[in-house]
Design a protein around this ligand. Structure first.
Ligand code: ZN
Length: 150
């Protein structure tokens, strides 16, 4: 297990599309373990492999209820809307209001290649969207909205 360095906004790698994982081997397990170490060391709630310079469709998320390992994740359903502040480990110190779905259902493979369905609301829904966007080279600033007073 090791902490990898996180690439920052401005690095062209962040705009690249990641490739699907086809081999569920020891290298994938090491990547997932390192990504969790890196996420916890940076006190983030999610990290995509592209952020450590690996263009594979691999994500880790922990919103405080334990780690999730998502390989080849895809959104299969989304509902509602939430407007909340959002940040990213690749844009340290920044936070902008974004518009995201309130409820998101995804499917993803685990480190053994088994497909699992996950459902998230609020912060978890936002994390699913944020991290899956990274796999397509999209940063959260693409969903930025201006603050609206109630
Ligand atoms: Zn991010």
């Amino acid at each position: 297990m090791a902490i990898r360095s996180i690439i920052k906004f401005g690095d062209p790698t962040l705009k690249k599309k990641s490739r699907a994982v086809e081999k569920f081997d020891d290298r994938l397990a090491t990547l997932l373990d390192d990504m969790k170490d890196t996420m916890y060391a940076s006190e983030g709630v999610g990290l995509a492999a592209v952020q450590v310079g690996v263009l594979k469709r691999v994500v880790v998320i922990d919103i405080g209820s334990g780690p999730m390992e998502l390989v080849n994740p895809e959104i299969i359903e989304q509902k509602g809307e939430q407007k909340t502040p959002e940040g990213c480990l690749s844009l340290p110190g920044e936070s902008y209001m974004t518009s995201r779905p309130m409820e998101v259902k995804i499917k993803a493979q685990n480190r053994e290649g088994k497909w699992v369905i996950y459902k998230g609301t609020e912060l978890l829904a936002k994390a699913f969207c944020h991290e899956i966007d990274h796999l397509d080279g999209i940063l959260y600033t693409a969903h930025r909205i201006d603050w609206e007073e109630d």
